[in-house]
Design a protein around this ligand. Sequence first.
Ligand SMILES: Cc1cc2nc3c(=O)[nH]c(=O)nc-3n(C[C@H](O)[C@H](O)[C@H](O)COP(=O)(O)O)c2cc1C
Length: 363
Amino acid sequence: MSTPTLFSTTTFAKKPLKNRFVLAPLTRGRAGPTRVPNELMAEYYQQRSTAGLVMAEATAISKEGNGWVNSPGIYTQEMVEGWKTITERVHQQGSQIILQLWHTGRASHSDFHDGELPLSASAVKINGDQIHTPEAKKDYEVPRAMTVQDIKRTVEDFRKAAENAKAAGFDGVEIHAANGYLINQFLDASTNLRDDEYGGSIENRTRFLNEILEAVLTVWPAENVGSRISPNGIFNDMGCDDYRELYTHVIKRFTHYQLGFVHIMDGLAFGFHERGEPMTLEDFRSLYHGLIIGNCGYDQSKAETVIGSEKADLVAFGRPYIANPDLPQRMLNDWPLAPSDDASDWYGGGAEGYTDYETYKSA
Ligand SMILES: Cc1cc2nc3c(=O)[nH]c(=O)nc-3n(C[C@H](O)[C@H](O)[C@H](O)COP(=O)(O)O)c2cc1C
């Protein structure tokens, strides 16, 4: 067999992928206050269906899971209908689309919850940074530690969201266990100070994620389910000393459940907690037999290296895809990439800086 490249075809859950490009999940804040996916978003995803696999942005599983202004949800029938238009558009381009299921946990604010504090594994606040709420930019709050009843309700919310994703025509779901959101807050020893069966040992800290996976697997075949992890990440004030043992255990659980894919933010371009040597794709490959998606700071050459050496099966591009909807064609033809460096409209606004990036016009 020839060496795979970014442009080789492959399959996801037995269905063809036209290349090894993944559109990384990118919160773009265009759903408006109703959080219902709309036509503008459909156009954006259609434009970026040059990737064989499209990861839709982080999407709240419940009202309680919200923590970002104008980001979408998947917990009402209207939201399901909105997403349907998007999945149809992506399928028309011959690509598959996965929904990233999200609960923000402590990375939220009482302004999103009618004055109620956001939830987390423990009452540990995000240090330093501030959050945009529907009202203003504010300091983070000390979250309320979830009761076991809260945990069970949230597991059920993930299951229901997975069911809604299926009804909306997605090809699979990605459980968002990365970037300091709720599941990550349970995994990480610095944010999980619990002394019940959900805290303490690595097995206990992983229990919430396991329960979510088991619930989602009652809805979807395992080959359509994956999870995103950020073993090296510092975003949202994360990082713990036993991260190596933790994520080795987590990947073994993914193998146990025979998940179709794992999406690993192995690169350090989104911040590094510096608690030891970064974990690499090699740390995971021998422990996991499904598809591995690498991400974070990849350019074409780095992507070809990990795909060619089969350390990853696919590579997700985030920022490069913002300004280059035709990213695969540009890379294939050695056309220059447009800079994606105007962050002012990354996280909100209208069509400007969202759907108005053009494809490369060769002379
Ligand atoms: C505007 C923006 C929004 C993002 N939203 C999400 C998100 O919804 N879910 C997620 O897991 N990561 C999110 N990320 C992280 C990206 O998926 C990706 O991991 C990061 O940009 C690094 O990849 P890159 O170097 O190819 O951009 C976001 C990043 C950016 C710049």
